[in-house]
Design a protein around this ligand. Structure first.
Ligand code: UDP
Ligand code: MG
Length: 317
């Protein structure tokens, strides 16, 4: 592993790109204008995550214009978290910014993040003051998700914070040592510790296109976050099983007494149906939870590369 002192850029900016061709020119201009107020010695790494539009052509154009623009072109879509991970694996800056490519994270904030970072914080994340153009459902579900996560994991992931942040090369080194296949970067960074702080900003609406995070993807992301950092659901299943067994033991005694001692016949259709369906539901749910963990073990045991690079202009260091 290379020491983090050998970095050749003062600052790296990592941008995952999925179908953002319309936004790329403005995105690049605004990032560059902010970066040159910090240092001319910057790099911008675009990770094209299997876009189906012409994003890659726009990125190639930019990399010809500006020798500090680098790209990683995936062989297909691997997802936002993996795209950011590829950037983390290849960046060479002393400080590294992770930013969304849809201009919902205003690039001008990089200066503020950087200044705060230079006060001695390893991680400075951008915290949304208000969320423009996001549905009521997304706001409420996100809020409760992070509350639950905080309660069942030992790590404290800040609420209203995405992946927009600046991290030191020390944090980058440790992220590279975390090989899990189901990525939940903001959790990993919170788990690492170090000195962390926040800067507040207003999150803008998406200018073009629409969010790629469907309800289904959000749900998978949430389950990833929980399964990667907590065994509480598994323990919950054990406890649930214990209490239901205890309860059913009492019912068994009661049934035996009323049959053999009290000799009273039980007209039991309703209670049978209720207990069958109840136990059936609980069992499926519990198997499902165990399955979530097993599928993650399976993913990690397979040990495939996280992503496949079709083409890049970063010389492997
Ligand atoms: N993105 C990506 N791969 C995907 C989906 C999204 O690289 O499969 C990128 C996208 O181009 C954007 C960022 O990840 O730069 C955030 O995506 P999006 O705006 O859809 O998420 P949201 O802002 O709704 O959380
Ligand atoms: Mg977005």
């Amino acid at each position: 592993m290379k020491s983090y002192n050998n970095r050749i850029f003062d600052i790296s900016v990592l941008v995952p790109i999925y179908n953002e061709e319309k936004i790329l020119p403005e995105l690049y201009t605004r990032i560059r204008e902010t970066l040159i107020t910090i240092s001319e010695n910057y790099e911008i790494v675009f990770v094209n995550d299997g876009s189906t539009d012409n994003s890659i052509l726009e990125i190639l154009k930019l990399s010809e214009q500006d020798k500090n623009v680098f790209y990683i072109n995936f062989s297909r879509n691997f997802g936002h978290q993996i795209a950011v991970t590829a950037g983390i694996d290849s960046c060479r800056g002393k400080s590294v910014v992770i930013i969304d490519g849809d201009l919902q994270d205003p690039p001008e904030l990089i200066k503020e993040l950087y200044d705060k970072h230079k006060e001695g914080y390893d991680v400075v994340y951008a915290k949304r003051r208000k969320r423009e153009g996001e549905t009521w459902f997304k706001r409420v579900s996100a809020k409760y998700f992070y509350k639950i996560l905080k309660n069942i994991t030992l790590i404290d992931i800040p609420v209203d914070v995405g992946d927009y942040r600046i991290i030191s090369s020390k944090v980058v080194e440790y992220l590279r040592l975390m090989p899990e296949q189901n990525k939940f970067l903001r959790g990993q960074i919170a788990w690492l510790g170090f000195k962390q702080t926040e800067v507040l900003f207003n999150r803008d609406e998406r200018k073009f296109g629409k969010t790629a995070y469907t309800l289904n993807k959000m749900l998978s992301f949430a389950i990833d976050g929980i399964a990667a950092f907590s065994d509480v659901p598994l323990k919950l299943v054990t406890k649930l099983g214990f209490f239901i067994s205890l309860f059913s033991f009492i019912i068994i005694i009661y049934a035996l007494i009323s049959n053999f001692i009290l000799k009273s016949t039980i007209s039991g259709w309703t209670s049978l149906i209720i207990s069958f369906t109840f136990i059936g539901g609980i069992q499926l749910f519990s198997i499902g939870i165990i399955g979530e963990y097993i599928s993650r073990i399976n993913n990690n045991v397979r040990n495939r590369p996280l992503y496949i690079i079709q083409e890049t202009n970063i010389n492997k260091h």
